[in-house]
Write a new protein. Sequence first.
Lengths: 236, 96
Amino acid sequence: MRGMLCVYALVSPSRKTPGVTGVRGERLRRISFQRVDVIVGQMASPPKPTGVAVRRYDTVMRTLGDRFPAILPARFGTCVVDVEELAFIVKTRQASFVKSLRLVRNRVQMTVRIFSPQPRASEGRRLPGRDGGRRGGTEVAREGRRSGAQYLRERAEIARYLPGSEPIRAAVKKWVKAERIERHEGQRFAGSIFHLVARSAVRPYHRALERAAMAADVTTIISGPWPPYAFADWNG
Amino acid sequence: MSPSRPRARKAATGAELVLGTEDASLLDIVDNVLNKGVVLSGDLTIALANVDLIYARLSVLLCAADRVLPPDQRSSAQKAPAHRRPPPLGRPPTAP
């Protein structure tokens, strides 16, 4: 059966075997390239994202995360035709993969879901930025002195604003190597924070975050540690 | 890295109304596995000031030629004579 290669994860060069079977029970193997190894399984067709399959995929990723100190999980169902195609892709993106592997080495992901205390109205509150987000595009355009890059940086900062998250983030800042924020537009669900934390720091991080959330009276759901899914393909 | 149940605060009744513990766990798994992780294809993201501006799928263009062109077209492309090449930009094509 020729099939295709299902890519599970990228890891730092190692001699270890994957030590686990794949989503369909297939044998996993490690393919070595110059500075990146790839964990793959042979399949006839891409796996379907059923509840059982995604849970199994996460289990596989956790096992791999225990065996390899630096791991970049691939998105579920990532498949390539053959080793040649995989080699081409890895070669063209090797520099960014090596950088990401260095970032996630011996680190795990913690996820914090933040909920608003009451249904949110439209975003009329003050937003971060030089003008608190109050000024419209016309006023900004008239100013003319702000560079395009500066404008984009400020907009990116606004996109990272998550109401209620400041005291929580400040409380765990010393353990956080990298942070990613996703805002949501739901009435109650304000957004998600993904923190990259050293494995050894998970417990103090968790305690500090819970304390900060209670002190700030912010509703949260904390989960983890997870393999570093949110930082595997992240530009920071 | 053993699985950890999501730990909701005792006072987080609002969140528990939104999601039960089991549902929250599956939500995290689905979000991680289907919405995050490395996507392996020949994609190019051009960023300015840490903001992704252009997302261009180059997976077809970046593939090796022998994976895109059938053998007969490959050989004719390699043998294209100079006079059949299009003129440089800015110059109108000459009459045959």
